[in-house]
Design a protein around this ligand. Sequence first.
Ligand code: SF4
Length: 144
Amino acid sequence: MGMGDYIVIDHMIGPFEFACESVSTGTPFNARVDDDKREIFSDHTFPDQHPSACRFLRPNGSRIICTIHRDSPPQCKFYRCVVMRIFNEKGVDIGMVRGTFSLHSDDPGLRNVWEEACQKIPESDPDSEIRIQVYLENHGYRVE
Ligand code: SF4
């Protein structure tokens, strides 16, 4: 939501295709809007209402998503704002895990299970993300 000064569109180079710059690194890159996100990208209401947001960000139902997932610059791919969304047995969205691998949730049960998982599965484990996901699923949560 605050990346509008860092990911900048220089000009359009084709239908849904743009010459851009990643300002923090001074790196130019070309980005084509993902085929399945062109309809939501074409609605400019959101970026017009949120001038600090990256121009490629759009609402999609209850979520806000990147419309150039395929062509986003390396730092975006590396950071990944949200790596997991966690739902309870009723399908209610009760938490998210950010790219820094921190849980954001007000649900005490989920927080307890998350802490257990983190104690059993070290972050240094190269499979920690998938192992924690399985741990949560084995405790009745749905993870996307
Ligand atoms: S992930 Fe996509 S929407 Fe987010 S800052 Fe990067 S290019 Fe913009």
